[in-house]
Design a protein around this ligand. Structure first.
Ligand code: DQA
Length: 146
């Protein structure tokens, strides 16, 4: 059976393509899913991309991943900078975790420079636009092969 990777997206990312395109670009989350599926197919991996504006929902999905996902790629949006609860959930997950940010958070406001999720992430991508998701899938495919 092929391995499943959850790609979890936090608040406001449902507006990708419409929200601040000068920062986040014109691609939608559906475009991201399409690119990720193409990359994942090279590794025989299945992508399950989800988005929620609610912290508790993201935590529930991380718990679900304990039984159902071989790895997690997560862009927690603004929860990156605030959520100890998402960090705790990820700390209760055994597989590889990769953190993605579309924008280069280190070039932006200082409150975006700290990530709770980075305390758990095995790798972090920031500032590669939506291409960062495909790069993360590439890395996840490699990690899951070894
Ligand atoms: C983001 C960066 C966060 O600071 C911001 O709150 C987001 C998106 C990114 O993908 O660049 O919502 O995670």
């Amino acid at each position: 059976m092929s391995k499943t990777v959850f790609i979890l997206n936090g608040p406001n990312l449902n507006l990708l393509g419409k929200r601040q395109p000068e920062i986040y670009g014109a691609d939608t989350l559906e475009d991201v899913a399409e690119h990720c599926r193409t990359t994942a197919a090279r590794y025989g991996v299945t992508i399950d991309l989800r988005q929620s504006n609610h912290e508790g929902q993201i935590i529930d999905w991380i718990h679900q991943a304990r039984d159902e996902a071989a790895g997690i790629i997560i862009n927690p949006g603004a929860f990156t900078h605030t959520s100890v609860a998402i960090l705790d959930a990820l700390n209760a997950y055994d597989g590889p975790v990769l953190e993605v940010h579309i924008s280069n958070v280190h070039k932006r406001e200082s409150f975006r420079h700290h990530s709770y999720v980075s305390l758990r992430a095995d790798g972090v991508i920031a500032g590669f636009g939506v291409q960062g998701y495909s790069l993360a899938v590439d890395r996840m495919g490699t990690l899951l092969q070894s």
